[in-house]
Ligand binder design. Sequence first.
Ligand SMILES: Cc1ncc(COP(=O)(O)O)c(C=O)c1O
Length: 403
Amino acid sequence: MQTLSTHRWSSAFARRTQGASGELAAILELAGGTDLISFAGGLPDPQTFPVAVLRDLAMPLLSGDAAVALQYSPTPGLPGLRGAFADRLAETQGRRPGAGELMVTSGTIDALGLLARAMLDPGDVAAVESPTYLGAIDGFRGYEADVRGIPVDEDGIDTDELERLCRSDSPPKLLYTIPDHQNPTGITMSAERRSTLVEVCRRHGVLVIEDVAYRELTFISEPLPSLWSLGPDIVVQAGTTSKTFFPGVRLGWAVGPREVIAQMVVAKQNSDQCAGALGQRLLEEYLRGGHMDRQLRLSNALYSQRCARMLAALDEYMPAEISWTRPRGGFFTWLSGPGRLDAVDLARKARDAGVAFVPGRPFHPHADGANKLRLAYSLASEDEIDEGVARLGKLITSTLENR
Ligand SMILES: Cc1ncc(COP(=O)(O)O)c(C=O)c1O
């Protein structure tokens, strides 16, 4: 009989992973029950997955194009999908990428990992909005970056604070930002801030990473200029089809200065080598067939209704001490309470009451945000939104009364 060792592997973990906490996993686990009304994960609703169209597109690919669709792809992506992405960027952002400026990624998390791998040495300063997408905080810390938070107000990132950090003795090498319907706040950066941000970063030689995960999930008709369209010399835009096509395929794009994209391609050769060709071919056909815009209209109508329902429920059920953002797109609203509100404690109590959300602290690179919470309206039905917010409102009211 085999004797199993009792060796503890944690002492052998790489030094760069030592600070990584399981906090997020623990929170998400809390939020993952099936009996809950969940405002926790930023997941797209499966009813937006284009199942019927995919069925029609998949068979011809398998019978007529298997040699490409089932083969490895070139690392920068299949030329057809790169062309379809370039056409879409020209159409929706008013700028067509030049040669070597665009690559296909396996989604935004992949793009962030490639950028971190290509750009960050241990101790380099990476500036992020505070709060921000915690996948980015974790991703940059995974490469031992010194992650610094810059506050956000209703117009987006505070560009005066950014300028101060750029002038300090530890200026950032890169700045990560989500200008449209930000995760977790739902805030959209104003046109003026966009121009200022590009101007400040250009002056100080800071590479901007623009995450446009929610850009096309908008409830307003006129989009603001993307940072990449304003500063293609200093901005790498990371896009994803996870919320607009479906996340099971893991696809996105990165577009930016040729030199940086070339280095990301080198990094990709050493990670997953290429995004899956089958998904790339499906997406190319989907884009070329005009299906993306049709589906976006349906998806945005759904998310916009849910957002409106959530804002109405918050108006109805939340006590006066709670405030929240009014998103114009995306998946999230962000609640702020008085200093005595402990959102982690509230998350535990909410779970007992059958409601899940993510407390604010992990979205901050420093220990802020204990009295904040993120509510996602993307996955719950309107009835669930109403019921879940009512329960949460009751709970917050009683919690604040007892403190
Ligand atoms: C701001 C932001 N960026 C990126 C992602 C993940 O993108 P992907 O699925 O392409 O890795 C998310 C998903 O929650 C997100 O909120």
